[in-house]
Design a protein around this ligand. Structure first.
Ligand code: TRP
Ligand code: ZN
Length: 886
C-alpha cells in the first residue's frame, strides 16, 4: 500500500525531464546475512560526482519502505534521523571527489507479500528488483543508467540455505560458526541495480556444460524446489538451443563462467533476466509429460530463450531510463519469436504471435489504457510492462527488418552491439544504427514508437478486364487515443501477392517501373496517407493477399468477397493468410449472427465455410499444427474487438456457439475420422510435430463436441480417463467444461484428486472452472476462493482463478447485472493490500469497458468508480483506475 498521503495528486515522471544522475556508483559491495524475518544488509558504495551531472548537487538515494540501522560517509557515522527516511537517504553536501557510503538496513523477507525486493518463496529467499525493487533492499541510485560492479557476500544458516547464489561468478565460499556459511559472488560487468539478484535455499539442481563459439566452457545449472529438478530437463535443452542460436544468428556469445536459473513458485511475472542468475516463475521451467501441456513446453522454450537473450539485449546494453523499456523488451521478444520460429513451425509461430498481439495489444491500443510503445509519462512504471511495449515493440523490429532487409538489419545490430556495449541506451541510439547501416532516413519510421493506437489500413482493388490491370488503392488512418488526437501517417511494409481464380500466384508486374524493386521483394511501402499501385498482365480478377505474414500491425479493411476468402483459404501461398482468410470468414459469419441474435432472429449458417474448413483440416494432416490453427475459430473477445462498440457479449457467445455447432454437425463424421487417424500410441515426445498432431486431434474433438455434445463428451471422458499426457487430459477436460455435460463434475473432481499435490496442475483446475461459460460460474468462482487450495498471495493461483474469470470468461465477467464487474473490482481491492502489481494487472481487465453496450458500460463504470473511491490504494492500482476512468 502507499506509504504517502493520498490526497495530493502525484505528478507523473516525464521523459522530457530526463537528466543524468548527479553521482555515479563505480562499485557496490553487499554483505547480506539472510534470516527469515531479520535479514541484515550492509551496502558499501563507491561514489563519485558524475561529470555529466550538476556539481555540488545533494545526493539523494532511493529507498522503499526501508529500516536503516546505521549510515557512514567515508567511515564517519551520519545521524540517521537527519539523513534517512524509509523512502530516501539524502546527503546534502557530498564531497566533490570519490567517497564511500556504508549503510545497514534490516529487512523482513517473510512479511514481503508484494514479491518485490527480497522475499521468500516456499522456504527459499529470492529477489525481484526490476523495475524499482532494489530500493526495497538498500538505499541506492535505483535507475538503470547508474551501472556498477557488484560484489556480493551472502551468509545464511547452512541447513536452511545450502545454496547461495548471486550475479556473476562464484569467488569463494566457506563455513562459519553457529551452523552458518557464506558465499562470495563477483560480477565483472557493470550493471544497473534492477539486474541484481540473490537466491538462498535448500534447492535441487540439474547441471550441464556449454562450450561457447570461442571455446570457453560455461557451467549451466537450473535450480528448483527439491524433488522437482528432473522436470527441468526441457528447460535446460531450451537454454542450450538458445545459446547456440544467439551465437549463430546474432554472433552473441555468453560472457560469464556460470549461468544459473532458479525456478520459484511465487513470482509476479514470467521470469527475470538478472545477470548470470535468471529467476523464473516455475511454470516456465518445470515440465514432464504428466504435468505439462504442449503449450507449457512451448512457453518454457520461449521464456528461457527470452531471458537468455536479454544478456545482450538488456544487460550488456541496458536502458537509459524506464521510458526506453521497449529497447530491451520489444527487441528481446522479437528475438525470442524468431528463435521459436526456427525451432518449430514458422507459420504456426507467426499465427501464435498475431493471435496474442490481437488478443492483448489491440484492445489495449483501442481503449483508455492506450500508450506509445515508448511512453512519455508514467505514474507507475510497473504498469508499463504491457503488450504494447513487449509485443507491438517486437512488431516494430519486425517491420524495420522488412523495410531495410536482412543484411542492413544484421549490420545495424552488429553496430548497436559494438557501439553501445556496456552502456545505457535510448531508442534513438538503437534506431540510429539502422539508419546508418541502411542509409535510410528513419525519422518517419520512428513514429511507431511515438504514436499510440492501431492504424487502420484500407485496401480496395479494382480490376480492369480491358487493360488487364489491377489497381490497389491503399490508405491509412490511426484513430485518436487518450491525449493524442492528431495522428500522422506511419511507414508500413505491406507484403502482398495476388492469387488468380485458378488458385495460382500471379507474378507482380507493376505498371510503374519505379515500383519494380518492391514488386521483386513482394513488399510495398505505404508511407503517405494513400498510395495506388497498378499491376499489369492480370488475366482475370485476382484475390489480393495483403499483409502476408502480418507484415504491419494494423487492422486491415479489405472488401474480399466470400469466394475470394474461400480461394485464399485453399490456395494462398502464404500460410498466414490462408489462416487469416478462414478467420476473416468466420468473423464475418459471427458478426452477422450477432446482429441477427440481437434482433431476436436466428443465427446464420454457411455450409460453404464448413466445407472449406473440413477440407483445410483434412489437407492439413500433413502439417497438423497449422491445420489446428485453421480449426480454431476466433474467440469471443476477437469478435467483440472487431465489432468495436455497443458490444453485447451474450449475443457474441451465442453466435460463436451456433457457428461451432453448425460446423461440428456438418463435419461430424469427418472430424471423428480425423480424430481417429491422429490417434497414436507412440511414446510421448514434446517436439513440435508430435505437439501439432495432438493439437489438431484435440481441435477436431472440440469441434465435434460442439455439434454432438453427448457423444463428444463420451469421447472426451474416455480421453480424459486415459490420461496419457497432460495435453490430452487438459484438452479433454476443457471440452467437457464447455458443455453442461453430466461427466463434467466427476471429471473435475477426479482431476483435482489426482493432482492435488501439483500446484501447476491445480492452477489449471481453477482456470478451467473459471472459464465455464454459464451463469452459475461466478458463484462457483466465489465458492472456489474459499477452497483450501486457493490463495491470493500466490500470483499464479490468484491469476488461475480470478484473472482467468476476468479475461477468459467474457459472458461471466460481463454478466448483464454487473456482478462480474463488482467481483473483479472487489478482488482487485483485496489483492491490492497483498500485491499491488498483480492487483493492477487484474484491474486492467476493464480496459475495453467503454466499448460495451450502454447498460454494461454503466455497470462497469460504477465498479471502477467504487475502486477509485477508496482512500488507500497502491500507486499501481490508483494509476490503472485513474486512466481507465479518465
Ligand atoms: N524483465 C522481465 C522480462 O523478461 C519482466 C519482469 C519480470 C518484470 N519480473 C518483473 C517486470 C517484475 C516488472 C516487475 O520480460
Ligand atoms: Zn523481457
Amino acid at each position: 500500500m502507499s506509504d504517502k498521503p493520498e490526497s495530493a495528486p502525484v505528478p507523473p515522471v516525464r521523459l522530457a525531464d530526463y537528466r543524468p544522475a548527479d553521482y555515479l556508483i563505480d562499485a557496490v559491495r553487499l554483505d547480506i546475512s539472510l534470516d527469515p524475518i531479520a535479514t541484515r544488509v550492509v551496502s558499501r558504495l563507491t561514489l563519485r560526482p558524475n561529470p555529466a551531472g550538476t556539481a555540488g548537487a545533494p545526493l539523494v538515494l532511493d529507498g522503499g519502505d526501508l529500516r536503516p540501522l546505521r549510515a557512514l560517509l567515508d567511515n564517519e557515522a551520519l545521524d540517521l534521523a537527519e539523513v534517512a527516511t524509509p523512502e530516501s537517504l539524502t546527503i546534502a553536501n557530498p564531497p566533490a571527489r570519490p567517497f564511500t557510503l556504508e549503510v545497514e538496513t534490516l529487512l523482513d523477507p517473510s512479511a514481503n507479500t508484494r514479491l518485490e525486493g527480497l522475499y521468500r518463496s516456499g522456504s527459499a529467499f529470492c529477489t525481484q528488483c526490476e523495475a524499482e525493487g532494489f530500493r526495497r533492499i538498500t538505499y541506492y541510485l535505483d535507475r538503470p543508467d547508474v551501472m556498477s560492479v557488484f560484489t556480493v557476500r551472502l551468509e545464511a544458516d547452512k541447513a536452511e540455505a545450502p545454496v547461495l547464489l548471486s550475479n556473476g561468478n562464484p569467488v569463494e565460499q566457506g563455513d562459519l560458526p553457529n551452523d552458518r556459511h557464506f558465499a562470495v559472488w563477483h560480477d565483472p560487468f557493470p550493471k544497473p541495480s534492477y539486474l541484481f539478484a540473490l537466491v538462498g535455499g535448500d534447492l535441487g539442481a540439474i547441471e550441464d556444460e556449454y562450450e561457447t563459439m570461442s571455446g570457453r566452457k560455461v557451467k549451466l545449472a537450473i535450480h528448483t524446489q527439491k524433488g522437482k529438478e528432473h522436470r527441468a530437463h526441457y528447460a535446460m535443452e531450451s537454454l542450450i538451443h538458445a545459446m547456440r542460436w544467439d551465437e549463430f544468428v546474432y554472433g552473441r556469445e555468453y560472457d560469464l563462467d556460470v549461468f544459473n536459473i532458479v525456478a520459484v513458485p511465487d513470482f509476479n511475472m514470467g521470469a527475470m533476466e538478472n545477470k548470470g542468475l535468471n529467476i523464473f516463475n516455475d511454470k516456465y521451467i518445470l515440465a514432464i509429460q504428466e504435468t505439462a501441456t504442449d503449450g507449457d513446453y512451448a512457453g518454457i522454450e520461449a521464456v528461457v530463450a527470452h531471458e537468455y537473450f536479454h544478456n545482450w539485449t538488456g544487460n550488456r546494453i541496458t536502458c537509459r531510463d524506464w521510458f526506453q523499456l521497449c529497447l530491451k523488451e520489444g527487441l528481446t521478444v522479437y528475438r525470442d519469436q524468431e528463435f521459436s520460429a526456427d525451432q518449430r513451425s514458422r507459420a504456426v509461430g507467426r499465427i501464435g504471435n498475431v493471435r496474442s498481439l490481437r488478443a492483448g495489444q489491440f484492445p489495449e491500443d483501442a481503449g483508455p489504457l492506450a500508450h506509445n510503445v515508448r511512453p512519455e509519462t508514467y505514474h507507475e512504471i510497473n504498469n508499463f510492462y504491457t503488450a504494447t511495449v513487449y509485443e507491438k515493440g517486437a512488431e516494430i523490429i519486425r517491420m524495420l527488418r522488412a523495410l531495410i532487409g536482412h543484411e542492413a538489419y544484421h549490420a545495424g545490430m552488429a553496430l548497436y552491439f559494438q557501439r553501445f556495449d556496456g552502456k545505457a541506451a535510448t531508442v534513438e541510439d538503437f534506431i540510429s544504427c539502422f539508419a546508418e547501416s541502411s542509409g535510410r532516413d528513419l525519422a518517419q519510421f520512428f513514429l511507431w514508437y511515438r504514436q499510440a493506437g492501431t492504424p487502420r489500413l484500407k485496401a480496395r482493388g479494382t480490376y480492369d478486364a480491358k487493360t488487364k490491370t489491377f489497381a490497389l488503392d491503399l490508405s491509412q488512418e490511426t484513430p485518436p487515443t487518450p491525449g493524442q488526437l492528431e495522428k500522422k501517417p506511419l511507414v508500413m511494409p505491406i507484403r502482398l501477392g495476388l492469387i488468380g481464380q485458378d488458385g495460382k500466384e500471379i507474378p507482380l508486374v507493376p505498371a510503374d517501373p519505379a515500383d519494380a524493386g518492391e514488386a521483386q521483394a513482394g513488399v510495398f511501402e505505404l508511407a503517405g496517407k494513400e498510395r495506388r499501385i497498378v499491376f499489369r498482365n492480370i488475366p482475370s480478377r485476382p484475390a489480393p493477399s495483403l499483409l502476408r505474414r502480418f507484415s504491419t500491425p494494423a487492422i486491415l479493411d479489405l472488401d474480399l468477397s466470400e469466394d475470394d476468402l474461400l480461394l485464399l483459404m485453399a490456395h494462398d501461398t502464404d500460410p498466414f493468410n490462408r489462416w487469416q482468410a478462414a478467420q476473416s470468414f468466420a468473423t464475418r459469419l459471427m458478426i452477422r449472427s450477432t446482429s441477427l441474435i440481437r434482433s431476436s432472429e436466428l443465427p446464420d449458417f454457411d455450409p460453404a465455410f464448413a466445407e472449406a474448413l473440413g477440407a483445410a483440416i483434412e489437407a492439413g494432416e500433413a502439417d497438423p499444427a497449422f491445420a489446428a490453427q485453421m480449426a480454431t475459430l476466433p474467440s469471443e473477445s476477437d469478435i467483440a474487438r472487431d465489432i468495436g462498440s455497443d458490444v453485447d457479449p451474450d449475443a457474441i457467445f451465442l453466435a460463436r456457439r451456433a457457428l461451432r455447432e453448425g460446423i461440428g454437425r456438418a463435419l461430424g463424421a469427418r472430424l471423428l475420422a480425423a480424430y481417429e487417424r491422429l490417434t497414436s500410441d507412440a511414446p510421448f515426445s514434446p517436439d513440435a510435430s508430435s505437439a501439432g498432431r495432438r493439437a489438431l486431434r484435440n481441435a477436431c474433438l472440440d469441434l465435434y463436441a460442439a455439434g454432438a455434445p453427448e457423444d463428444g463428451a463420451e469421447i472426451a471422458m474416455h480421453q480424459f480417463q486415459l490420461g496419457a499426457n497432460m495435453t490430452d487430459q487438459a484438452a479433454a477436460l476443457s471440452t467437457l467444461c464447455a458443455h453442461a455435460t453430466r461427466q463434467r463434475e466427476s471429471a473435475l473432481d477426479s482431476f483435482f484428486r489426482s493432482h492435488a499435490e501439483e500446484p501447476l496442475i491445480v492452477d489449471k483446475w481453477f482456470s478451467l472452472q473459471a472459464m465455464i461459460p454459464e451463469p452459475e460460474t461466478l458463484a462457483r468462482v466465489k465458492r472456489l476462493t474459499h477452497h483450501h487450495a486457493f490463495s491470493l498471495t500466490n500470483p499464479n493461483r490468484a491469476r488461475a482463478l480470478i484473472s482467468a474469470f476476468a479475461n477468459g470468461n467474457p459472458t461471466g465477467f460481463n454478466a448483464a447485472d454487473g456482478a462480474g464487474y463488482r467481483f473483479i473490482a472487489e478482488t482487485a481491492l483485496n489483492l491490492d493490500a497483498v500485491n499491488p502489481q498483480v492487483a493492477a494487472r487484474l484491474l486492467a481487465a476493464f480496459r475495453s469497458w467503454r466499448n460495451l453496450e450502454a447498460g454494461r458500460r454503466q455497470l462497469a463504470r460504477e465498479a471502477l468508480e467504487s475502486v477509485a473511491a477508496h482512500a488507500k490504494l497502491s500507486p499501481d492500482l490508483r494509476d490503472i483506475v485513474a486512466r481507465a476512468l479518465a
